[in-house]
Design a protein around this ligand. Structure first.
Ligand code: CA
Length: 731
C-alpha cells in the first residue's frame, strides 16, 4: 500500500508525460535524491517516518508559483533528522514541511541553508520545522542552525531552542554578488531558551553583516515569541537596512534588539517583559532614520548594552564596522515600566564622540516604582528633539521628559496604561496584543523543556562507605542529595559528576588520592554542604584540584555551590587549586559561602583556561561570601582576553571575608567586580585589569592590614579611573 505511490512515480517516469502531481514516498537518502532530481512542479516528496541519520539533503529543484515542489514528513513529528546532517535548498518555488532536527549537529555551515554552492533559493517556504538542541559538542566551534541566502523566503510556525555552541542561531546572509533585497519573512516562530554562551556569537537572529549593511534587506520579523534567549547582549542583531521587527514578544530574554548596522529599520508594536531578571534588555538604536514606536517594555533590568532603551553615540566618519552616528528617525509612543536603564548618547568616548542628531523622541511614557531614576546622559542631547514625553521620576539635565505623577492600571491585554484619560495618547496603544503560545511554532511539537512528564522526585540517599558514594554518584538523578554519615571517606579515583547533585554531611571527612576529587562532566552540577575535604593524600604532582571541569568539551553550563565546608592540607604540592576550569567548558555560577580554606598552594578559583582574543572565558558569575582563607595561594585568578563587548560576564564578588597570609585576586577582563567588607591581613594585592566595555568595579569598606592597597588598571581606556575605591582602611 505504502509503496504504491513510488511505483506510480516510476511508471510515470518510465512512460513520460508526468502531468499529474505525484506523492512520492522515499525511505532512503538515495531514493530521496533520485525523487528530487526527477521532481516536477506540484510533486510532493514524502520522507518516511523514522530516524534520518547523517543525511545531506540537497533539495535542488524548480517548482512554479502555482505548483511548488514540496518536501515533507509523512507524519509531522515522526521524521527526525539526526547525526551530522543538513538540509540545503537551491532553485525556485520550494516548500519544506514538518521536519525535526534533533540528536545531532549541523553538517557544514548550518542545519538548514538556502544555497547549494553558489546557487541560492528563491520563493521558498519552510514551515513546521523544529531544531532542538542540535549543537556541535565543542562550544567553541561556530555554526548556525539556519542560514538564509536568496530572496522571497518565508520561515514560519517553527520551533528553535537550546543552541549551546558558538554562532548566531538564525542568520540572513548578504554578500556581494548575492541577493541583498531578501524580502524574508520570519513569522509565528518560537525562539526558545538559549543559555549564556560566554562570548560573542550567541545571537538568536542576525540579519546581514556590516560589509553590506547600507543596503535594504527587507526582512520582516513578526508575531514570534523569543523566550529566555540569553546567549549574549544581542537577541536580534540587525546589520542591514529596511527591516521590520513587529508584534513580537520578548520574554525574560537577556539581551536586546540592536539596530547595529544599516538604516531605516522599523521596530514597532513589540512587547518586552523582563520580569526584573538581570540583563533583560530592550532596544538599542544606532545609525540613520530608525523608527521605534508603540513598543511596550516592562521590568527590564539590563544596563549599558542591554538597557531598556539606548540611543548610542557614533564615531565621526565611522568605518563600516564601527558605530555610525544616530541621525534622524523617531522614537515615539513607547511605554517603559520599571526600566533600570535608559541611555542617551550611550557609549560616548573619545572614539564614539558623535552625539545623536535630528532624532525625534515623542510621547513616550516612562513610569517606575524603583527607587532610582533610569535616565543617564552620556553626551549632549541638543540634537534630540523631545516633545510630549512624560515620566513620574526625576530626570537629569538634557532629558526632555516632563515629570508628573502617573497612576497605572492593567488593561484587558495585561499591560499597564495611565488611569488618567488626559494621558491616553502617551506611550503604547491599548490595542497591543502579545502573540499567544498556541499561535507560534508547530502545533504538534512539545519539547522536552515543556514536557508534562514530571521530573523524578529528588531522593536523599544515606551513605556510609566510600564505595557507596561512588555508586550513588554514578547512579544519581538530578536533584539527589547524597547524605554522608560521620567518618572518613577515602576516594582512590576521581568522581565524575554527571547530574545535578548535592553531597552533604556534617562530620563527614573526605580524603582523596587522585589528582582531582570531583570532575564536572556534561550535565553535572555540584552542591557541597557541611563537608571537610582534605588533600593530604593527593599525589605529589603539580596541578591537583579538588574540583575540575571536564578535559572534554562541555555544552551545558554547570554550577558549583559550596557552603559550610572546610578545605585543608592542599599545599604539599604546587598549584593545588580548589576549583580549576578547563578549555571549552563554562560555569554559569561558582558560589562559595561560609567556608574555610587553610593551606592551599593554588587558587580557590583558577579560571584562566580560555586564551586567544575571541573573548571567551570560563565562568559567568563568581560569588564568594563569608570565607575564611588562610595561607591560600590566590583567591581568584580570572581571565577574559580580547576586545569584544558582547558578554554580561564575568562577574565577581568577594564579601564579608577574612583573608590571612594569602595571595590576592587577579581579575582581567571582568565586567563587574564587588569587593567589600573584607579584612586582608598580611596578604598580597588585589589586581583588577579593565579591558573594553563598561566595566563596573567597586572596592569599598575593606581593611588592608599589612597588605597593599588594591590596584585597578586599564588595558585600552584612556581617562579618569573607572573604579569606585573608597572607605577602605589601610593599616
Ligand atoms: Ca554579538
Amino acid at each position: 500500500m505504502r509503496r504504491y505511490p513510488a511505483i506510480l512515480a516510476a511508471f510515470l517516469m518510465a512512460f513520460g508525460s508526468p502531468v499529474l502531481a505525484r506523492d512520492i514516498v522515499v525511505r532512503s537518502s538515495a531514493e530521496m535524491q533520485a525523487a528530487i532530481k526527477a521532481a516536477q512542479p506540484g510533486d510532493q516528496i514524502i520522507l518516511a517516518n523514522g530516524d534520518w541519520r547523517d543525511v545531506d539533503i540537497q533539495f535542488d529543484a524548480q517548482g512554479t508559483a502555482a505548483k511548488p515542489i514540496i518536501l515533507k514528513a509523512m507524519t509531522p513529528g515522526k521524521v527526525i533528522v539526526s547525526g551530522a546532517s543538513a538540509l540545503r535548498l537551491a532553485g525556485r518555488h520550494l516548500v519544506v514541511k514538518d521536519l525535526v532536527f534533533r540528536s545531532g549537529q549541523p553538517l557544514g555551515e548550518a542545519a538548514i541553508v538556502t544555497r547549494i554552492g553558489n546557487r541560492w533559493a528563491e520563493n521558498a517556504r519552510l514551515t513546521g520545522i523544529v531544531i532542538d538542541g542540535f549543537s556541535n559538542p565543542d562550544r567553541r566551534k561556530e555554526d548556525h542552525w539556519v542560514a538564509l541566502y536568496g530572496r522571497n523566503i518565508r520561515f514560519d510556525h517553527s520551533h528553535f531552542e537550546g543552541k549551546q555552541n558558538l554562532g548566531a542561531m538564525f542568520v540572513v546572509i548578504r554578500m556581494p554578488g548575492w541577493p541583498l533585497d531578501n524580502n524574508i519573512r520570519l513569522d509565528h516562530n518560537y525562539f526558545g531558551p538559549r543559555p549564556v554562551l560566554g562570548s560573542n556569537g550567541g545571537e538568536t537572529l542576525r540579519i546581514g553583516t556590516s560589509e553590506e549593511s547600507l543596503s535594504p534587506s527587507g526582512t520582516v520579523i513578526e508575531d514570534n515569541i523569543f523566550e529566555r534567549c540569553d546567549g549574549e547582549v544581542e537577541v536580534i542583531s540587525i546589520k542591514s537596512g529596511g527591516n521590520t521587527i513587529r508584534r513580537n514578544l520578548f520574554l525574560r530574554s537577556q539581551g536586546a534588539v540592536v539596530l547595529r548596522h544599516g538604516n531605516g529599520n522599523l521596530v514597532e508594536s513589540n512587547i518586552f517583559l523582563g520580569m526584573g531578571e538581570a540583563n533583560t534588555g530592550g532596544i538599542r538604536v544606532i545609525n540613520r532614520d530608525q523608527t521605534v514606536r508603540n513598543n511596550y517594555l516592562e521590568g527590564l533590568a539590563g544596563g549599558n548594552f542591554t538597557a531598556a532603551l539606548s540611543i548610542m553615540n557614533g564615531v565621526p566618519n565611522s568605518v563600516i564596522n564601527r558605530y555610525h552616528q544616530v541621525v534622524g528617525g523617531e522614537i515615539a509612543n513607547n511605554t517603559l515600566v520599571n526600566p533600570v536603564s535608559i541611555l542617551f548618547g550611550a557609549g560616548a568616548s573619545a572614539e564614539r564622540s558623535a552625539a545623536p542628531e535630528g532624532v525625534k523622541v515623542t510621547k513616550n511614557l516612562v513610569v517606575t516604582d524603583l527607587s532610582h531614576a533610569p535616565f543617564r546622559v552620556d553626551a549632549p542631547t541638543t540634537g534630540i528633539q523631545f516633545a510630549g514625553n512624560v515620566t513620574n521620576i526625576s530626570v537629569p539635565d538634557g532629558v526632555g521628559f516632563e515629570q508628573k505623577p502617573v497612576a497605572l492600571r492593567r488593561g484587558a491585554n495585561g499591560l499597564l496604561y495611565p488611569r488618567n484619560q488626559a494621558m491616553a495618547d502617551l506611550g503604547a496603544s491599548r490595542q497591543l496584543v502579545a502573540p499567544k503560545r498556541s499561535a507560534v511554532g508547530p502545533a504538534w511539537y512539545r519539547p522536552a523543556s515543556q514536557s508534562a512528564v514530571q521530573p523524578k522526585p529528588s531522593r536523599t540517599v544515606t551513605i556510609q562507605t566510600s564505595g557507596a558514594l561512588v555508586a550513588a554518584l554514578a547512579n544519581a538523578h538530578d536533584g539527589d542529595v547524597l547524605q554522608l554519615g560521620k567518618g572518613t571517606f577515602t576516594l582512590d579515583e576521581p568522581l565524575p559528576v554527571r547530574r545535578d547533585v548535592t553531597i552533604s554531611g556534617a562530620g563527614a571527612h573526605i580524603s582523596f588520592r587522585a589528582a582531582t576529587l570531583f570532575v564536572m562532566e556534561e550535565g553535572g552540577s555540584l552542591t557541597l554542604r557541611g563537608l571537610t575535604i582534605s588533600g593530604k593524600e593527593a599525589p605529589s604532582a603539580v596541578g591537583n584540584a579538588v574540583i575540575r571541569s571536564s578535559p572534554r568539551t562541555m555544552l551545558t553550563n554547570y554550577v558549583v555551590d559550596i557552603e559550610d565546608c572546610l578545605f585543608l592540607d592542599l599545599a604539599h604540592t604546587t598549584q593545588f587549586d580548589l576549583i580549576a576550569t578547563t578549555p571549552a567548558t563554562f560555569a554559569g555560577k561558582v558560589r562559595i559561602a561560609k567556608t574555610q580554606v587553610t593551606d592551599l598552594s593554588g587558587a580557590v578559583l583558577a579560571a584562566t583556561s580560555e586564551r586567544g582574543n575571541a573573548g571567551l572565558y570560563p565562568v559567568e558569575e563568581i560569588e564568594f561570601e563569608q570565607l575564611s582563607l588562610t595561607r591560600v595561594g590566590m583567591i581568584a585568578d580570572v581571565l577574559r582576553q580580547g576586545t569584544d563587548e558582547s558578554t554580561f560576564g564575568p562577574r565577581f564578588s568577594l564579601l564579608d571575608s577574612q583573608i590571612t597570609e594569602s595571595g590576592g585576586v587577579r581579575l582581567s577582563g571582568v565586567q563587574v567586580t564587588r569587593i567589600s567588607q573584607n579584612r586582608f591581613l598580611r596578604s598580597a594585592k588585589l589586581e583588577v585589569i579593565h579591558s573594553v566595555g563598561e566595566p563596573s568595579t567597586r572596592i569599598t569598606n575593606n581593611e588592608f592590614a599589612a597588605s597593599p592597597p588594591p590596584v585597578v588598571s586599564e588595558l585600552y581606556f584612556k581617562g579618569p579611573l573607572r573604579a569606585e575605591i573608597r572607605d577602605n582602611r589601610l593599616q
